[in-house]
Design a protein around this ligand. Structure first.
Ligand code: FUB
Ligand code: ZN
Length: 613
């Protein structure tokens, strides 16, 4: 793992001084975490060996995304693809940067530098960068708020920050700074109003603030958030597509929002931006709004897979409790958005309920977004299929492949947090991590076969004994658990979903956590008519499904017993190693596999919600 002291130090200083006292946790950056886990390790390896190669090939050869930058630099030639295709290049680059942290690779780093040189050449003298407008007429820029200029800029900033943090190289960061400064010459107090049609720039500006320490970027992020809901938005003046302002989360000012509506991914990025600004300013209006919106999303509009956005029509939300399975949209990007937002909610509150949702979206809605081989992607993640829905190598609108590309190698971000007096463990996966608690540096070695088994061992490493509190998340799905320290069982208080272990820790102290994870049936809220009389099956964090390939006979009439007992079998050769679940139903045996792994064998029907006998 590469250790770059200067960027790491600057980032640390910036993050210390840029958080308000309202934050309970400080995240432990993925660069301090090495994942060596039987479940995630192979996924990170195939991300490097397969997924990155697929993305680079699509971006460079199969589509004209890099050519767009080359043409923009020359100021000639046509733009090809969709107007926000630049964002996929930036998202892939962000994934490449994270991958370099996990697996240093000079060839990959050279590819990043090559792309960054092309961005630099495409940047206009005033700092503006966007290949669509550069090639179709710069005189039209900043005209249509739904044309994603700030969305693309935001993704570029996220990539620039990631690449700077990993390599210490500033070239892309400087391109980002010039673009952000350009935005602020055109928009802002006393200048033009602007409501970004697709949020993203807001959270990116906060990252830029945390990286540079320049408060003007935080102020601009807040100004952009405050633009919403005042009638300033003007979308599609030159297009036929017309959405109501709710679609853009622009119907009421953000601090007055109460109900989730509109486009799912845009909502998630907005909420991340609000959470980030509130993390820096302590703005109670934002915090209250986010709390209300979380209830509306999670309690009334979320699928059991942690997916959100019921409808293809608006790529977003419809009516409370209306959760159709066959037509569920559940865009992969929206599930990743749920991870990003819930991670921020957890940091503010230190409440494990947010990490529960994070885990649900990560292991189910998001992980289904990529094939087991790492070379195909789902955009839409229904909870039922007639056998005609399959992952694709790429999409015309490729937001989901590039999203997965940046998400997978960053998962080390979501495992730990620290606070003044303690360590917080949110996710269970094999890894070694280093973190600061007060002035002391501690290491944690986590060993587990999660999500297949609930036994977790955490070994503390410290030069000198240190008194601190370890907070272990007790997942909401777990009904029985126990904890031992150095082999001795401990009765442990639980606060906000965390078991609290306070003591003087010595080098080599070992915590063992045992989470019972029997397969169980889950009923939907009775107001969800689509799941009436049905049950889903969950084991640990994983939601299961039936696939026709395992249950070929009369698939449509399969039923579950209300008191179904499951046989759990780890099958190393099935779907790269899964625990399958079998249960008797009349004369038949139903066989379930984890939802994330469906559509990796021969095509057939699939369903998550199964009628009761
Ligand atoms: O508009 C950019 C991205 O493309 C959105 O986040 C996705 O929903 C897709 O429409
Ligand atoms: Zn997407």
């Amino acid at each position: 793992m590469r250790k770059l002291l200067l960027p790491a130090l600057l980032a640390l200083l910036a993050s210390c001084s840029t958080s308000a006292p309202t934050q309970t946790l400080t995240p432990v950056n993925f660069s301090e975490v090495t994942i060596d886990d039987a479940f995630w390790g192979p996924r990170l390896q195939s991300h490097k060996d397969v997924t990155l190669k697929v993305c680079i090939d699509q971006i460079e050869n199969q589509t004209g995304r890099i050519r767009n930058f080359e043409n923009a630099a020359k100021g000639e030639g046509a733009h090809s693809g969709i107007f926000f295709d630049d964002s996929d290049v930036y998202k892939a680059l962000e994934g490449m940067a994270y991958s370099l942290q996990n697996h240093p690779d000079p060839e990959l780093e050279a590819k990043c530098d090559e792309w960054i040189d092309k961005f630099a050449a495409a940047q206009q003298p005033d700092g503006y960068i966007n290949t669509y407008y550069t090639l179709t007429g710069l005189e039209n820029r900043w005209d249509n708020m739904d044309k994603h200029e700030m969305y693309c800029a935001g993704h570029m900033i996220e990539a620039g920050v990631a690449y700077y943090n990993v390599t210490g190289k500033r070239k892309l960061l400087d391109i980002c700074i010039r673009m952000a400064d350009h935005l602020m010459t055109v928009f802002g107090p006393g200048k033009r109003h602007w409501v970004p049609g697709h949020e993203e720039i807001e959270l990116a500006l906060v990252k830029l603030y945390r990286t540079t320490g320049e408060k003007k970027y935080l102020d601009f992020a807040q100004w952009l958030l405050e633009q919403r809901g005042h009638g300033y938005g003007s979308y599609g003046a030159k297009s036929d597509r017309k959405w109501p302002t709710q679609y853009y989360q622009d119907d009421v000012p953000v601090r007055e929002q109460t109900d989730i509506s509109g486009h799912a991914v845009r909502s998630m990025y907005l909420f991340c931006g609000m959470a980030d600004v509130a993390a820096c300013t302590g703005d109670q209006g934002y915090i209250d709004a986010l709390d209300r919106l979380w209830d509306d999303v999670v309690l009334r509009n979320m699928y059991i897979t942690g997916g959100i956005g019921q409808s293809r029509h608006n790529e977003g939300f419809t009516e409370d409790y209306s959760l159709p399975n066959l037509t569920a949209y559940c865009e992969t990007c929206a599930s990743v958005g749920m991870v990003l937002w819930n991670w921020r909610m957890n940091q503010r509150t230190g409440d494990a309920k947010y990490a529960d949702v994070l885990e649900r979206s990560m292991y189910n809605g998001a992980l289904a977004g990529i094939s087991l081989a790492g070379d195909r992607f789902f955009y839409v993640n229904p909870l039922e299929s007639l056998g005609n829905h399959h992952r694709q190598p790429w999409y015309g609108c490729a937001c989901c492949p590039s999203q997965i590309c940046r998400f997978l190698p960053s998962i080390g971000n979501y495992i730990y947090g620290t606070s003044k007096d303690g360590i917080w463990v949110n996710l269970y996966m094999g890894n070694r991590a280093t973190m600061k608690v007060g002035r002391k540096t501690l290491t944690i070695k986590q060993e587990t076969e999660y999500p297949w088994k609930g036994a977790v061992s955490l070994t503390v490493g410290t030069k000198t004994p240190v008194r601190t509190t370890v907070h272990l998340r007790i997942p909401g799905w777990c009904k029985a658990w126990s904890i031992a320290i150095n082999g001795e069982k401990m009765p442990t208080p639980v606060e906000k979903g965390y078991a609290i272990l306070e003591r003087k820790w010595s080098d080599g102290d070992r915590i063992t956590l045992d989470l019972e994870m029997p397969a169980r049936l889950v009923a939907a809220d009775p107001r969800t008519k689509e799941d009436e009389g049905c049950r889903a099956v969950q084991r640990g964090p994983l939601v299961y499904c039936l696939e026709e390939v395992d249950n070929p006979e009369a698939f449509d009439s399969l039923k579950l017993c209300e008191d179904a007992a499951f046989e759990e079998t780890f099958e190393p050769d099935l779907l790269r190693g899964v625990v399958s679940l079998s249960t008797a139903s009349g004369e038949k045996t139903l066989k379930f596999i984890p939802y994330y792994a469906w559509d990796n064998r021969e095509a057939g029907r699939m369903k998550v919600w199964i009628p009761l006998e």
